[in-house]
Design a protein around this ligand. Structure first.
Ligand SMILES: NC(=O)c1ccc[n+]([C@@H]2O[C@H](COP(=O)([O-])OP(=O)(O)OC[C@H]3O[C@@H](n4cnc5c(N)ncnc54)[C@H](OP(=O)(O)O)[C@@H]3O)[C@@H](O)[C@H]2O)c1
Length: 223
């Protein structure tokens, strides 16, 4: 596969022992205070935090940085048709510190684009298919000077990053719980690969455990 110039992507997630990142009702309260601090520390080192539309609709996150001194960062939302509410926290909460970029497609309605732009949201169109063309998006973001992205889910966006081999590193916090449920979102959703030999391969580079939680760091071996 041809190498593209792209930001360094770290996938960060908290999951249960059975690989779920939210319950079947969308409850994603998996992290404790210690873990949140670690995630926020990681956010201070990144140029941008990225999530999919599903995460905005379910959690309405601020995607801000607490606990540590920081210089702000971009918030990036992947939303093919520009359907997130215009009063979402990523739009209204401290936009001067965390400028928001929404990555959409050519299908996004112009009137909606104008409404978001009126709130100083940068709109990037990437692709004309059903979903945002992530490979092309990586090139655009790289040209904008974004060198690092913390990918914070959810499961469907994670799958697309895995599928297109766009993940450089993974930081995984495993809570000692099992939630179950076929409708509970897993770390990686999507169609998946047919055979194990197609699986993206990673190298375990760090293991840390405390209070029954395990934190794992992997780097990619699939490039
Ligand atoms: N525990 C954790 O660490 C953690 C972290 C984050 C999220 N979560 C949980 O994850 C759940 C949300 O996950 P989710 O899978 O439903 O949603 P998601 O991955 O956040 O967003 C997926 C949506 O993004 C849009 N999208 C646009 N282009 C895409 C592309 N190329 N590839 C994939 N998606 C694309 C699609 O909607 P359109 O086509 O309509 O644009 C798609 O349905 C929530 O319950 C949240 O709480 C947990």
């Amino acid at each position: 596969m041809k190498e593209i110039k792209k930001p360094y992507v770290i996938l960060s997630a908290a999951m249960t022992i059975d690989g779920k990142i939210a319950s079947k009702l969308g409850d994603s309260e998996l992290s404790d205070e210690f873990d949140w601090r670690e995630v926020h520390k990681l956010r201070t080192k990144m140029d941008a935090i990225m999530v999919g539309k599903g995460t905005i609709l379910k959690d309405n996150p601020k995607l801000h940085i607490k606990y540590f001194k920081h210089k702000g960062c971009y918030r990036i939302v992947v939303d093919s048709n520009l359907t997130i509410p215009i009063d979402s926290n990523v739009i209204d909460y401290q936009p001067q510190i965390y400028p928001t970029i929404i990555c959409t497609t050519e299908n996004a309605p112009l009137d909606k684009i104008k409404k978001f732009e009126a709130k100083n949201v940068k709109i990037i169109k990437s692709g004309a298919e059903d979903r945002v063309d992530l490979k092309n998006l990586m090139v655009i973001l790289s040209k904008m000077g974004i060198k690092s992205i913390l990918l914070e889910g959810g499961g469907n966006l994670n799958w697309s990053f895995v599928n297109f081999n766009l993940i450089d590193e993974i930081r995984l916090s495993i809570a000692p719980w099992i939630i179950g449920g076929k409708d509970a979102i897993s770390l990686v959703e999507g169609t998946g690969f047919d055979k194990m030999h197609q699986a993206r391969k990673f190298k375990l580079v760090k293991v840390f455990n405390r209070d029954n939680y395990v934190i794992l760091k992997y780097i990619t071996r699939s490039k």
